[in-house]
Design a protein around this ligand. Sequence first.
Ligand SMILES: Nc1ncnc2c1ncn2[C@@H]1O[C@H](COP(=O)(O)OP(=O)(O)OP(=O)(O)O)[C@@H](O)[C@H]1O
Ligand SMILES: [Mg+2]
Length: 310
Amino acid sequence: MIEIQNVTKRYGSVYALRDVSLTVEKGTVLGLLGQNGAGKTTLLNILTGYLAPTSGRALLDGHDSLLEPEEAKRHLGYLPEQPPLYDEMTVQEYLAFAAELKGVKKSSIPAHIDEVMELCGLGAMRGRLLSHLSKGYRQRAGFAQALCGDPDILVLDEPTVGLDPKQITEIRGLIRTLGKGRTILFSSHILSEVQQLCDHVVILHEGAVKTAMALGEENDPDEITLQATVAAAEKSIVSRLRQLDGVRRVTVLPTAHSDQTMAQITFYKQPEPERRLFSLLSSLSIPLLELSRVQDSLEQVFLKAISDTM
Ligand SMILES: Nc1ncnc2c1ncn2[C@@H]1O[C@H](COP(=O)(O)OP(=O)(O)OP(=O)(O)O)[C@@H](O)[C@H]1O
Ligand SMILES: [Mg+2]
């Protein structure tokens, strides 16, 4: 379990974090979203004991990361924003070193790092010097380092940054697999990534928590919502919309005109739900006055969180 309690970090007159509190329950995956400079890396560095807060504290499995670093870090794997890679080491040497630091028994290290390299798709690079790796493979080596010792808390600072699309898919799959039974906190700029992988999301903006919420049904990536205004009274159109093929739900929005209806129509995901709406309306000879796709709700939540003034 991860607990961050009233953490503030100040650099001179700049507040990198303002009174941030959050909890990640055991076995959950929490996504930390925020724009550049929002304070994500600062928060993760404080959580993992690499940086002291100005006030407040961070606990890993009940241990203060600053006052009891050994106990706190015993079950922690951390992928920092810039993983500390020792350029003169090979991938294999580096991971053996990381495993030893994590307290993996000497005799188990070769099998353990084989497993970690396999998970991160690093097998073919095992003998390669870290300084000779491409950016994406350096990120994988950093990820592999975080997995050494099989930690039950994983803290990942933008784990998919710098990876190609195939690697991104693989690393996301890995996070999803690892998330079962472990506690994971990762930062990201990518809303869809957070939506795919997380149970909970926290949005940081200018160092403060703006939103903390569970991701549930309301953010189902398998649906598309259209917002339409039509020149017909509510009673003559809404039941027809609900019967339309592929429609999951219809929500009527208030309008100023009794002869018009504004509604959000949510379809099960399909290529062009607009076509179904057009053909229904034309069969009923009802004019369409306005039509748009409603952005998915996490995007709306995010845009709202970062547009609020402090
Ligand atoms: N050592 C430092 N001295 C002064 N200010 C700092 C220092 N480190 C970070 N900051 C400031 O703290 C704020 C938060 O930075 P942080 O790196 O945590 O943001 P971030 O959310 O990780 O951003 P990014 O998405 O770009 O990685 C920024 O305004 C940054 O300029
Ligand atoms: Mg950062």
